[in-house]
Design a protein around this ligand. Structure first.
Ligand code: ADP
Ligand code: AMP
Length: 216
């Protein structure tokens, strides 16, 4: 299965992607995670992406598209993948389709986590992430078992630099202007699957599984 999970920042994409990847045995590819890893390792890609991310802007398409094309060409993606945070512009969506088409391939589904803006600020400002393994928590809705420590690896959990209120607002504007228009592109192709993202983490997962199971 070749799937995209999309939705506004803080919608729950990363949270659901981990469970989907596990259940359907497909690699979870998060462009945000890849950029953050490169920033922490101070690579050239990380240096190029950092200022855009810190400001809540999109990393330019040319950098992002080649990164994803390289990644999905790797052998573990042969039987499927789950893209999280990519595509984020219609230009990226078209580039992805063109790449897949070269191998007579296509996306099976685009899962949209849909939720009103009023939920987003609370979700994003309450998000905490592990400094080592990237696991994601929420101070109210999904707290770690021991405060401040990752359940998976025990490392410290921190607030992402781009989860402070001003940057969140910028990222929401970027979503409206640059990502939202892409929905129509997938809607026209009949592969856009709307999921009510206001539900609990477990209920959202169940709704996604219902959609994916009905496709196989
Ligand atoms: P995204 O990857 O879309 O930016 P995340 O998966 O990191 O979003 O989720 C953002 C925050 O909201 C995290 O702190 C996460 O624990 C929390 N969260 C995710 N899904 C839900 C949900 N259905 N209900 C409440 N909180 C949620
Ligand atoms: P995320 O972890 O998905 O919230 O992404 C964090 C940040 O990484 C975004 O605000 C962008 O700056 C950058 N980013 C992630 N994915 C993309 C993409 N597909 N296109 C451009 N920038 C991206």
């Amino acid at each position: 299965m070749k799937i995209v999970i999309m939705g506004p920042p803080g919608a729950g994409k990363g949270t659901q992607a981990k469970s989907i990847s596990h259940k359907y045995s497909i690699p979870h590819i998060s462009t945000g995670d890849i950029f953050r890893k490169n920033i922490s390792e101070k690579t050239e890609l990380g240096n190029r992406a950092k200022s855009y991310m810190d400001n809540g802007e999109l990393v330019p398409d040319d950098i992002t598209i080649s990164l994803v094309v390289d990644r999905i060409t790797q052998s573990d993606c042969k039987d499927g993948f789950l893209l999280d945070g990519f595509p984020r512009t219609t230009f990226q969506a078209v580039a992805l389709d063109e790449h897949l088409k070269k191998n007579e391939d296509y996306l099976d589904a685009v899962i949209l986590l849909d939720l009103p803006k009023k939920f987003i600020l609370d979700r994003m400002t309450g998000r905490r992430v592990c400094t080592t393994c990237g696991a994601s928590y929420h101070i109210k809705y999904n707290p770690p078992r021991v405060a401040g420590k990752c359940d998976v690896c025990g490392s410290a959990i921190i607030q992402r630099k781009d989860d402070i209120e001003d940057t969140v607002k910028e990222r929401l504007e970027v979503y409206d202007l640059q990502t939202q228009p892409m929905l129509e592109y997938y809607n026209k192709r009949g592969i856009l699957k709307n999921i009510d993202g206001t539900q609990s983490i477990d209920s959202v997962f169940q709704s996604i599984c219902n959609v994916l199971n009905s496709m196989v």
